[in-house]
Write a protein that binds this ligand. Structure first.
Ligand SMILES: Cc1ncc(COP(=O)(O)O)c(C=O)c1O
Length: 259
């Protein structure tokens, strides 16, 4: 795990340690997700006899993006079943999810990919603003390239060097997207929006006030995108709340202290 993320996601690190994991800090580059992925793959290829590589996002070499997408597809299976039960139809007007590497989004979209009436909306982290030089909005800033063993969209310089991303949320602070999302972007099947750090924070506080739910900072990006969209009153919109905000309380507390 990136050294910076060990700090900003401290409660998750404590949980992993309690459950018996050894957490090794990745100290290269920006000390975040990209660097942790580099180090994990580096360790794996140096110790292939006794290392089993696993990843939680839809990035990395084949078959990982495909495997993780299929595992996460329980999300859209569950959405269909709950919608059927609660509103009598399995198909919402739109499904919205944040994209770091894109696993919660891939799972949310999977069983709607062949349903053209359902809008697929992916939300990337704009960080301090898409053009600020501190952003992780890969489809807007990236070009086709190869990162961590798969061809996709990657934020890179003209020489193909990876550009350091920025997002307030550790999970979206990544300069690529899974190949499934690059495909949704290029084919136009998915619509790609972005939300800034500030908009995500505002959305978290709004959800907490209105619904009593404290979302993960990553999920808050998906919520923030609602302000950029227009729907009819009776349309069903599903937003994936990919995680709880417990792990982000330190960031939320800093924000509260500014108010
Ligand atoms: C709560 C939460 N949501 C979303 C993400 C982004 O990952 P992905 O894009 O693979 O869903 C992360 C990553 O750590 C996360 O912790």
């Amino acid at each position: 795990m990136g050294e910076k993320d060990i700090e900003r996601q401290a409660p998750n690190v404590a949980r992993m340690k309690m459950l018996g994991a050894t957490v090794v800090p990745a100290t290269s580059g920006s000390k975040t997700l990209k660097d942790a992925t580099n180090e994990a793959i580096r360790d794996w290829i140096n110790h292939p006899q006794d290392t089993f590589y696993i990843i939680g996002s839809v990035v990395g070499p084949h078959p990982y993006p495909d495997m993780v997408t299929r595992f996460q597809s329980v999300i859209s299976k569950e959405i269909r079943s709950q919608l059927k039960e609660k509103v009598g139809t399995e198909l919402p007007r739109a499904v919205i999810a944040c994209v770091g590497g894109g696993s919660n989004a891939a799972g949310t979209f999977y069983h709607f990919l062949d349903e053209p009436s359902v809008d697929i909306i992916a939300v990337e982290a704009a960080g301090c603003g898409v053009q600020s030089g501190m952003s992780a909005a890969t489809t807007q800033l990236g070009k086709p390239g190869i990162l961590h063993g798969s061809k996709s969209y990657v934020m890179q310089t003209a020489d193909g060097q990876v550009v350091e991303p920025h997002s307030i949320s550790a999970g979206l602070d990544y300069p690529g997207i899974g190949p499934i999302h690059a495909n949704l972007f290029v084919t136009g099947r998915g619509r790609f929006l972005s939300a800034t750090d500030k908009e995500a924070l505002e959305a978290s506080f709004e959800l907490a006030k209105l619904e009593g739910i404290i979302p993960a900072l990553e999920s808050a990006h998906a919520l923030a995108a609602l302000k950029q969209l227009k729907f009819e009153k009776d349309e069903n919109i599903v937003i994936c709340l990919s995680g709880r905000g417990d792990k982000d309380m330190e960031t939320y507390m800093k924000e509260l202290n500014k108010k």
